[in-house]
Design a protein around this ligand. Structure first.
Ligand code: HEC
Ligand code: HEC
Length: 418
């Protein structure tokens, strides 16, 4: 079975269980901490463990050479996204000279709601057929199960922070300005064992990333949901199209619970995986080596249910949240789109006007899904609205409708709390 047909069936309305799981994760993190007030204005409202996480998140001495922190690529004022001043917007500059990341930086906002990576059983609402689908985790390929697990990724990635070892990271913190805070939060003996100290450091970062500043739910849309603000007629039209299974059908992957007025039920992702078939980004340095997404997750072969083939997961990437999407250009895992409207237009016309998005090969044929090796292109989802059309059919969304969805997406930007 191709990932297309597999993943098509994954597209079910989101499960309450998943959302609860996210919420419980947060509560657990909150309970680990006591709620002590902190004075400096940027640190207000953080518990001690969250404050510690923030200090680590902003610490530029942990990279090798020093100079790059988590915050260099995940900037607070940019919805915790960024590229550390790289000349190629889609690929962040690393700490070591001439290094660039391999994927577009995602926002860290709302990432704490992603459940740990796993396969879960889903039932097809139409056929009653049950099957196992991949869900959750951190990174576009879910290779870190949780936020705590994720921290070592960028720290030791030679293209990102390039730190040498856990021992070095712990040593830098022990001799740094907030060593005392670490002792305060985790106890006087915290530095006795490097592995243990590193785990606690990772937990503190995860606690910060799970703090309310990473999920303020303060967008115009959130206020609209709760009856505190109104959407313009164009934004409302965009919302309708976003939900309509025959038009945008965006909600089937970027989910929200239509019966709920609770912003937490509107995360705009179900953390499942899908192969969208976005164009190759010609500026990408690694253009020669295709990014296969989920199937290249280390160790995935051991996790997949026995009747499934590893190859069927190639080309699939985690469905990102659309919260703060207007602030987090460029778009897609490879950063191929620099403009939000183009993403929406791509959905509408990928199959009806492929020449608009994909180049022609030497024989003059349009190379659809050219970011994937030819043999894997059949994994791309071609059966689900809005991209279930054929060449020269009319797209599911008109130009004005694309504008309306783009306008709606801009209502998902968090605002300063008033
Ligand atoms: C040089 C830029 C850079 C630095 C520094 C960096 N990141 Fe990232 N971050 C990225 C990129 C690029 C990705 C996506 C990588 C992928 O999916 O393979 C990412 C992904 C993530 C994710 C996953 C989000 C999701 O929705 O899947 C989290 C969480 C995260 N980073 C947190 C951190 C933390 C914590 C640090 C510091 C310890 C950090 N990052 C340092 C660039 C960076
Ligand atoms: C079948 C599932 C599915 C449907 C339906 C879907 N999306 Fe997506 N969307 C994804 C996946 C998966 C990605 C990430 C793809 C990648 O990075 O290669 C994505 C990425 C995006 C992004 C870029 C996010 C970022 O941070 O880079 C935007 C914007 C977006 N979708 C909007 C929409 C809109 C608008 C619709 C409806 C017109 C829609 N999506 C319908 C699965 C879906």
């Amino acid at each position: 079975m191709s990932v297309g047909s597999l993943l098509r069936r994954l597209r079910r309305r989101f499960s309450i269980a998943l959302m609860l799981c996210g919420a419980l994760g947060l509560n657990a993190a909150a309970q680990e901490t006591s709620s002590q007030a902190i004075s400096a204005s940027d640190e207000q409202g953080l518990t001690p463990i969250e404050l510690l996480g923030k200090r680590i998140f902003e610490d530029k001495t942990l990279s090798r050479p020093a100079g790059v922190a988590c915050a260099s690529c995940h900037q607070a004022q940019q919805a915790y996204q960024g590229n550390n001043g790289s000349s190629i917007a889609a690929f962040a500059r690393g700490a070591a000279p001439n290094t660039l990341g391999k994927r577009n930086t995602p926002t860290v906002m709302y990432a704490s709601f992603s459940p740990p990576f796993s396969f879960v059983e889903e039932r097809d609402v139409k056929t009653g057929h049950r099957e196992m689908i991949p869900i959750g985790g951190q990174f576009f390929d879910g290779r870190a199960a949780t936020l705590t697990e994720q921290v070592k990724g960028p720290l030791f990635d030679p293209n990102e922070m390039n730190a040498a070892s856990k021992k070095d990271v712990v040593a830098a913190i022990r001799s740094g300005p907030y060593a005392e805070l670490l002792r305060h939060v985790f106890g006087a003996h915290i530095f006795n064992n490097d592995n243990d100290a590193f785990l606690k450091i990772s937990q503190a970062v995860a606690a910060f990333e799970s703090s309310s500043r990473f999920h303020p739910f303060s967008s115009k849309f959130d206020d609209y949901l709760q009856g505190k603000d109104e959407l313009t007629p164009q934004e409302l039209e965009g919302f309708k199209l976003f939900k309509d299974p025959k038009k945008g059908n965006c909600l089937s992957c970027h989910v929200g619970n239509e019966t709920s007025h609770n912003p937490q039920d509107w995360l705009f992702t179900d953390y499942t995986y899908d192969a969208l078939g976005g164009p190759k980004y010609q500026q990408a340095r690694s253009a020669s080596k295709p990014d296969l997404g989920l199937c290249a997750q280390p160790g995935l072969a051991k996790k997949i249910p026995f009747q499934m083939r590893l190859e069927s997961f190639c080309g699939a990437f985690k469905v990102p949240t659309l919260r703060n999407i207007a602030k987090t250009a460029p778009y897609l895992h490879n950063g191929v789109f620099s403009n939000l409207r183009d993403v929406v237009a791509f959905y509408a016309t990928r199959d009806t006007q492929p020449a608009r998005w994909f180049p022609r090969n030497s024989r003059g044929l349009i190379e659809k899904f050219n970011d994937l090796p030819r043999s894997l292109r059949r994994n791309v989802n071609i059966s689900e609205a809005p991209y279930d059309r054929r060449l020269n059919q009319s797209p599911r969304l008109s130009e004005a409708e694309i504008d309306a969805i783009t306008a709606f997406l801009a209502t998902l930007t968090d605002r300063e709390k008033h």
